[in-house]
Design a protein around this ligand. Structure first.
Ligand code: PLP
Length: 268
């Protein structure tokens, strides 16, 4: 009999177009050689042009999915994606604590503070920002905001690399062990510089910028590849370097789909 690979949980929403959300997470987990489990938070009605509907899963059902898989299957890492509402964040917090996910527990926890799609469709209620900051950031091994999410969470509008450092410090003050401020949305920077910070040391992770509109699901793919490496025992800097290389290759392998924006692909 073959041994089970490491198990990683994604707490996230479904994208009916198959580009982002749990579909991107599960593709990435498979490509990284880990077994993916899902605590579904919401069903989005979505295609390459955007999101036209959202149905939330009851908060207690989201929490129950976490307990169910953690207590039987066992988890070596967990990540969040679309969390939809404050009620869901409030319901999952005690479940995370109970099964040891996050700081103080055994299981590394990557919080990707997904707030909107690249089309601007809202994926997290405004009223959920306080819960995200107050309940999930202090429990996170790593948070991975893009610059739009940095602005929502800290109020800092990052325009250059100096601002990026200021934002990393402000995010770290909210309690996560590590912060990765993604630079992909600093459009006039020829590089995509992601900045990793643990409260003392800055690690700069430069990468190429591709001229493509097909980047749907890139944040999910990055957070999932980092989580996979953590599940296999990598340190946070090792896992983030792995994830950076993984997302660069996945953007290079992105393909068009429908009339809008196509997804990045972990198959290269
Ligand atoms: N839809 C769902 C369900 C997601 O979880 C996400 C991102 O996490 C998106 C859409 C947005 O993806 P993008 O910003 O790459 O379009």
């Amino acid at each position: 009999m073959t041994e089970a690979p490491p198990r990683v949980l994604t707490i996230a929403g479904s994208d009916s177009g198959g580009g982002a959300g749990i579909q991107a997470d599960l593709r990435t987990f498979f490509a990284c050689g880990v077994h993916g489990c899902v605590a579904l938070t919401a069903v989005t009605v979505q295609n390459s042009l955007g999101v036209t509907g959202v149905a939330e899963i009851p908060a207690e059902t989201v929490a129950a999915q976490i307990l169910s898989v953690a207590e039987d299957i066992g988890l070596q890492a967990a990540k969040t994606g679309m969390l939809a509402s404050a009620a869901i964040i409030e319901a999952i917090t005690p479940a995370l604590d109970r099964v040891g996910i996050g700081r103080g527990g055994r299981t590394p926890f990557v919080v990707d503070p997904v707030s909107a799609s690249m089309h601007g469709d809202q994926l997290l209620a405004d009223s959920a920002l306080d819960a995200l900051r107050g309940l999930l950031f202090p429990r996170a091994t790593l948070v991975t905001p893009n610059l739009d999410e940095v602005r929502l969470i800290t109020g800092i509008a990052v325009e250059d690399r100096a601002d990026q450092r200021v934002a990393a410090k402000a995010l770290h003050a909210l309690g996560p062990e590590w912060v990765l401020v993604k630079g992909g949305h600093m459009w006039d920077d020829p590089e995509c510089l992601d900045l990793l910070y643990d409260g003392s040391e800055f690690i700069e992770l430069p990468g190429p910028r591709y001229d493509t509109r097909h980047t749907h699901g890139s944040g999910d793919t990055l957070a999932s590849s980092i989580s996979s490496a953590l599940a296999k025992g990598a340190t946070v800097p090792e896992a983030v370097r792995f994830g950076k290389d993984f997302i660069v290759r996945s953007v290079a392998a992105a393909y068009p789909l429908g009339a809008g924006d196509g997804p990045v692909s972990p198959l290269w």
